[in-house]
Write a protein that binds this ligand. Structure first.
Ligand SMILES: [Zn+2]
Length: 286
């Protein structure tokens, strides 16, 4: 008698359980159907949504990579430890200057367009026509669904630059892996781009000056220097009859701001001149 009761109860339990399960499933499915139907209905009849889509088609924002990630793999732990994020970033800017100028310009353009766009978006969202009011009254879900759909359709362009510089290092056997990053904000990026442009310009200016100073060594000046130094190398004393060639050399190199004037010029033989390079020798005999 007892076993039979247990048996019946178990069967009953299973039946109740299964119907609950299917019931919930059915209920969920039904809800999903209702939801989808409502979405379709709101999409088809919302004037606001079609206005937003119309607005979208007239605003074209620049698609910007955000954040812009620069990666560097260090060759040693020491390099990793002493890695200079800013110097690495400056170098990337110097190599891709036009790309960075475009990036800044496009972010700026996006920002001003976005302000305009959002104004119009807000205006659309806050103006209710008679038809809108009717729909809101008739369908309690309409307004909230419409708002969600419009928010989903709203464009959010990149208006501020973010650059992330990552450094990586993994030890030879790959036992230790290191990784760190530093980010640069919109304003920091603009400042570094500006200072990089300035550096490039100054370098060009220095090079132009150096070329000019070299050109200033006229035959007449050359003769004056050679004569003053008695036609001998001021370092080793060699003269042309020793089989060397004599050069007129800038003591302080033009690349370092040395001027073309008698006090900064000296006679060197080709051997001594070669050994000197562009290094500044303040003890240079004059
Ligand atoms: Zn010499």
């Amino acid at each position: 008698m007892e076993t039979r009761l247990t048996y019946v109860l178990s069967i009953l339990f299973i039946i109740v359980g299964l119907s609950l399960l299917f019931g919930i499933r059915y209920y969920r499915e039904k809800n999903k159907q209702i939801y989808n139907e409502r979405i379709r209905f709101v999409k088809a009849s919302s004037k606001k949504l079609s206005q937003i889509l119309q607005l979208n088609s007239t605003y074209h924002f620049f698609h910007l990579e955000n954040p812009r990630v620069l990666k560097y793999t260090c060759r040693s732990k020491a390099e990793y430890d002493h890695f200079d994020y800013k110097a690495f970033f400056q170098n990337d800017i110097a190599n891709n200057l036009q790309a960075y100028l475009d990036l800044i310009e496009h972010a700026k353009r996006n920002l001003s367009l976005y302000a305009e766009y959002m104004n119009k978006w807000d205006q659309i969202m806050s103006t209710h026509s008679e038809q809108d009011r009717q729909l809101y009254l008739q369908y309690d879900y309409f307004r909230i669904m419409e708002t969600n759909l419009c928010q989903d359709a709203c464009q959010h362009p990149v208006t501020a630059i973010l650059v992330i510089v990552e450094k990586h290092y993994s030890s030879p056997q790959g036992r230790n892996i290191y990784s760190e990053a530093q980010s640069f904000s919109h304003q920091e990026t603009i400042d570094i781009v500006k200072s990089t442009i300035k550096r490039i310009e100054e370098k060009g200016e220095r090079e132009r000056t150096a070329a000019y100073q070299r050109q200033m060594v006229t035959p007449k000046l050359r003769y004056q220097v050679l004569k003053r130094d008695h036609y001998r190398c001021v370092i080793c004393g060699a003269e042309q009859s020793d089989g060397v060639k004599l050069h007129v050399d800038h003591i302080k190199p033009v690349s370092k701001g040395g001027k073309t004037e008698l006090s900064n010029l000296r006679t060197l033989c080709d051997r001594c001149n070669l050994g000197k390079g562009a290094s500044y020798d303040p003890d240079g005999i004059n």
